[in-house]
Design a protein around this ligand. Structure first.
Ligand code: PXP
Length: 260
């Protein structure tokens, strides 16, 4: 199972002071040494973290394949395509969101997606679609002739967090707590099953490569790596957060070891 390390949050920290420190470029060699298989970056329309100059320098210096996430806006597709990354992951993008909140609406954006995929494939760039984990979405993704799907793990991660964080703080009301815990455990099981069924359908029924990402961390990743059809995990926030205390190289290595 491959690990793509998303380094957007390094650029986000830089932007907090609008100076060139920390430089996401410095992450490339360390990530590779620590066992990452891919560098993932998101060139947002508002350039809130990674900017065009970062992309140019990362493309020039990365010895690992680069996966660029971007919206389906034709202007963005053209900009990102010109960098010729190994892969482009198309994601929904809203200016007001803190992070990518859900998967692409494939039906509602069919034409724009079809054009984006055609444009990128002509440049010999692999294309991935960031989607919510439903078999219906997998079927639509196959119809769009992409190489990869990336299943959104945000719902799973949120339920996992509710089960393991919030409940621990409400120990005083035992009966209600048990009811809530049972409900959340059921929800967690369902969300894992959705990911598993989607991964199986994508790989076995439709011949698509399967990545997952969003909200994965050192606690919740273990259920996900049990799904054998998943080929790659893209993880950002939790790795960069851990780096503050243990260093970037250790944080990547730790995640690499957990995945193994
Ligand atoms: N995959 C995709 C498509 C994303 O948009 C993101 C968030 O930028 C990630 C993976 C990584 O998510 P996180 O930072 O929560 O690990």
């Amino acid at each position: 199972m491959y690990l793509g390390v998303n380094i957007d949050h390094i650029a986000l920290l830089r932007e907090a002071r609008a100076i060139n420190d920390p430089d996401p470029l410095d992450a490339l060699g360390i990530a590779r040494r620590a066992g990452a298989d891919q560098i993932t970056i998101h060139l947002r329309e508002d350039r809130r973290h990674i900017n065009d100059d970062d992309v140019a320098r990362i493309m020039q210096n990365s010895h690992l394949p680069v996966n660029i996430e971007c919206s389906i806006n034709p202007e963005m597709i053209e900009i990102v395509g010109a960098f010729r990354p190994a892969r482009v992951t198309l994601v929904p993008e809203k200016r007001e969101e803190v992070t990518t909140e859900g998967g692409l609406d494939l039906g509602g954006n069919y034409e724009a997606l079809d054009q984006a995929v055609f444009y990128l494939k002509r440049l010999e760039i692999e294309v991935s679609l960031f989607i919510d984990p439903t078999v219906e979405n997998i079927k639509s993704a196959k119809g769009l002739a992409v190489d990869w799907v990336e299943l959104h793990t945000g719902k799973y991660a949120n339920i996992y967090a509710m089960l393991n964080t919030n409940l621990a703080q409400t120990k005083h009301c035992i009966k209600e707590l048990n009811v809530e815990r049972t409900r959340l455990k059921k929800m967690l099981k369902t969300s894992i099953k959705e990911l598993e069924d989607s991964a199986i359908a994508a790989k076995n029924d439709y011949g698509l490569k399967v990545a997952v990402g969003h909200g994965l961390n050192y606690q919740n990743v273990s259920d996900i790596v049990k799904i054998q059809e998943i080929e790659e995990l893209n993880i950002g926030q939790s790795i960069i957060a851990r780096s503050i205390f243990t260093g970037f190289e250790n944080a990547v290595k730790e995640m690499r070891d957990l995945i193994k």
